[in-house]
Design a protein around this ligand. Sequence first.
Ligand code: GUN
Length: 287
Amino acid sequence: MTARILEGKVFAQAFREDAQKKAAALQEKYGVQPGLAVIIVGSNPASQVYVRNKHKSCEALGIYSEVIEMPETTTKDELIAKIDALNADVKIHGILVQLPLPEQIAAHESEILERIRPEKDVDGFHPVNVGRLVTGEPGLVPCTPFGCLRMLELAGIPIDGQRAVIIGRSNIVGKPMLHLLLGKNATVTICHSHTKDLPAITREADILVAAVGRPKFVTADMVKPGATVIDVGINRIAPKKLVGDVDFESVKEVAGAITPVPGGVGLLTVAMLMENVVRAAEMQLQA
Ligand code: GUN
């Protein structure tokens, strides 16, 4: 049996269409265009590409977009002053500070991200939004795990009552994924570098999420036949060669469904950011 391939572009397109419709509805109902501000500090080439993609995506969907480029030498206070101005700007419903930050301010990352008003925190990184996710209150959820959840739902993969195993406990993917799946009544286990007998645990998973950052870490013997395998890893193993955390070629022969890398959940992140900007605008307008 070869697994069903869950193509990121199909789901990303569905999420974009949804965000576009919701943006148009806000324009119609309130005369307001949802707006995103992305702050990029310094000139990290990868970050520049990501920020450009976010800007283009906004333009394509009818979302107002501002890209604020600040020099490499920006101080913490200068960045915080910019965030304060955007917090008060009624055109802006979502604020994102592109990471990583340059060295001299990276140590202040938490303080900087916590300065963003939780209602405008479209990354879902603010402790208030983390708390809302844990308690099950409405809030903004980190884009990548939120995209994974929505993809499972749209693909018709059952979650309620299923065993889900997540490998990796990052604040950006592993931990939010745990709470999202728990919120949909899965029985969730989170594994990490200190977990004993990892394959015995992953083999119990109906839904296996790999977010470890180690190329081809999940092999066929770690997967239950028929399981859904979501690969969140993006590992560059050669200048032009990206692979996931899952050994796609062997695992696709065992899994029931699998996301490829590239072309999998990586494509969902910007689409979900658009969704988060629209949700942020809805929440601010309905408040
Ligand atoms: N850099 C790489 N991924 C992300 C992300 O999801 N959010 C932010 N703010 N920066 C990033």
